[in-house]
Design a protein around this ligand. Structure first.
Ligand SMILES: [Mn+2]
Length: 388
């Protein structure tokens, strides 16, 4: 009892002390006179504002506030870099809702709180922006929206130009690696054609709710050869062109095939093993990671993330949404679990911001997916064929 009385007395003293403190705090209105713009002691009058490039919400919107570089310029002496973000504003290869041409802009907006100065991971305690790699945003490739064949050629040319640049950390990497911000999934075909030149045929880890190996004669209606080249057939075409190894995998599959047997058989023939969306209920995140790693082994890997691998609850803004998918946390955990793979190229595609909500659910997710892909590249530098 005595102790309780003592405690009550103490609380009363503390209470009045706090009240005094609050009442006597010196508040200057308007509160601008003593603003410290450089984080030290300067006042506004001292004109010492911090205009360093690593400021969020300032300057032009690049991916994660990275420096923009005119990678597609004809100037051969531009700043060397090791990893580049490249937008592919293209959506005329889609069979569903269009709008992914605005994906690169959407993903950049979704990334505006990510920045090099404050990206220390709570999981690894690393910051992949502060590493051996110089990372830049090359802006978007100029692509026609009127001719898919021409657009693919333009995108291929852009990839070639960017990947033929000088690297900065020459002892670790001789070819700059590209993370494409899509764009519908057909854009991945141009990326794979380009990576082949530097890395040869690669394993593909394809995060998607759809297999995307559909036979162009079937998906495209057989109307024309041109119609068969679309975002649901590009992996079939990549296989035909010899760009991918028979050691590739889909992850997150749940969309139905359009026939009983042929699609699955054809998918296998194209080099893919399937991890379904519901496999996660049986083997968990760790089991999925193990399966994917076992499938690609020590091969060089291209990772393509169709944002529709996520459930529409986590990524509504996409062209061909399928319910019953993974959560954002599950996808990020799986991606981060692929640490150690030799990732030579990557993309996040099928982001169509017009279908997003006010909370930017999809573009925030896509931005973080791109961050994870970038981190995989930083964790494992890879030598190009020519250096092996
Ligand atoms: Mn896809």
């Amino acid at each position: 009892m005595r102790a309780i009385m003592h405690l009550t007395k103490l609380c009363t003293i503390w209470g009045s002390l706090l009240t005094t403190l609050v009442l006597t705090r010196d508040i200057v209105l308007p509160p601008i006179l003593e603003i410290q713009l450089d984080g030290h002691q300067a006042s506004m009058g001292a004109r010492s504002a911090d205009f360093s490039p690593d400021q969020t919400y300032a300057g032009l919107t690049t991916y994660a506030n990275l420096p923009w570089l005119h990678c597609l310029s004809t100037d051969s002496s531009i700043t060397p870099f090791d990893i580049a973000f490249l937008g592919a504003p293209f959506d005329t290869g889609t069979t569903g809702r269009p709008g992914a041409r605005f994906g690169p802009t959407g993903i950049r907006l979704g990334s505006r709180r990510i920045h090099a100065g404050g990206s220390w991971s709570p999981y690894t305690h690393e910051n992949s922006f502060q590493s051996w790699a110089r990372i830049v945003d090359c802006g978007d490739a100029p692509l026609t929206f009127l001719d898919n064949t021409a657009a693919l050629k333009q995108l291929g040319q852009a990839h070639k130009t960017v990947s033929n640049r000088q690297t900065n950390a020459t002892e670790l990497a001789s070819v700059p690696r590209i993370i494409t911000l899509g764009g519908d999934h057909l854009t991945t075909l141009a990326a794979l054609r380009s990576t082949y030149n530097h890395w040869g045929a690669v394993s593909v880890i394809h995060f998607d709710s759809h297999i995307d190996t559909w036979d162009p004669k079937l998906l495209g209606g057989g109307i024309s050869h041109y119609a068969g080249v679309n975002h649901g057939t590009f992996l079939h075409i990549a296989h035909e062109e010899g760009l991918i190894l028979n050691a590739s995998a889909h992850a997150g599959i749940r969309a139905p095939a359009v026939n009983k047997k042929y699609d699955w058989k054809n998918d296998k023939r194209c080099g893919f093993e399937i991890v379904t969306a519901r496999d996660i209920d049986k083997i968990g995140v760790a089991g999925i990671i193990d399966k994917l790693k076992a499938r690609v082994g020590s091969n060089k890997v291209y990772i393509s993330v169709d944002i529709d691998v996520l459930d529409p609850a986590h990524a509504p803004a996409t062209g061909t949404a399928e319910v019953g998918g993974w959560t954002t946390r599950e996808l990020l955990s799986i991606l981060d679990g692929l640490e150690g793979l030799k990732v030579i190229g990557a993309d996040v595609v099928e982001v169509a911001p017009v279908y997003d909500n006010a909370g930017e659910t999809t573009t925030l997710a896509a931005a973080e997916v791109a961050h994870s892909l970038m981190t995989l590249m930083v964790q494992t530098p890879v030598k190009a064929l020519i250096d092996e």
